[in-house]
Write a protein that binds this ligand. Structure first.
Ligand code: SF4
Length: 158
């Protein structure tokens, strides 16, 4: 089972370049970031994320063109099934943020965008060239796109 936090499902413009992204926070985080800013996501909190819930989230946020799983939880089978559902049913691009330093190769097939790397305060978030985090689009490292977009370099993304 994958759980999400219903009160934390905003539409964001900065997480994925050139996308209007529906970002859904997933609990049971497998990461262990030194600078964790959402510690409650390490716990088994929230409600089950199902195909029906995804239908409602997409319907309630008409116009989004990317669905971001902010965290991967501890049930990869369900995560991959839901990602495939988003693509096939709603024709949206899919994105995953894993707090782990790296992910298994099949994640790059299941998601259009994959962000890896724990948040480490000394290196900063994606907006800083010193960041240890990386964002891939179909296996291409596109992290540097964040460095030329006039974003607040100190803004922390999950
Ligand atoms: S990915 Fe890192 S910052 Fe996000 S909830 Fe997990 S430990 Fe915290």
């Amino acid at each position: 089972m994958i759980k999400y936090v219903p009160s934390q499902a905003p539409v964001v413009l900065e997480e994925i370049p050139a996308k209007v992204t529906l970002a859904v926070e997933i609990s049971n985080c497998r990461g262990n970031c030194e600078g964790c800013h959402s510690p409650w996501l390490k716990d088994d909190v929230g409600e089950p994320l199902t195909e029906e819930v995804i239908d409602h989230l997409v319907a309630d946020n008409f116009g989004v063109n990317c669905f971001l799983f902010l965290g991967e939880g501890k049930d990869p089978g369900t995560l991959l099934r839901l990602a495939a559902y988003v693509r096939e049913k709603h024709k949206l691009e899919t994105a995953l943020y894993s707090g782990r330093p790296s992910v298994e190769d099949f994640y790059f097939d299941a998601f259009d965008y994959v962000k890896v790397g724990p948040y480490i305060p000394a290196f900063g978030p994606l907006g800083k060239p010193t960041t240890n985090q990386r964002l891939y689009y179909h296996r291409e490292d596109i992290t540097s796109r964040f460095w030329h977009r006039g974003l607040d370099p100190n803004k922390k993304t999950i």
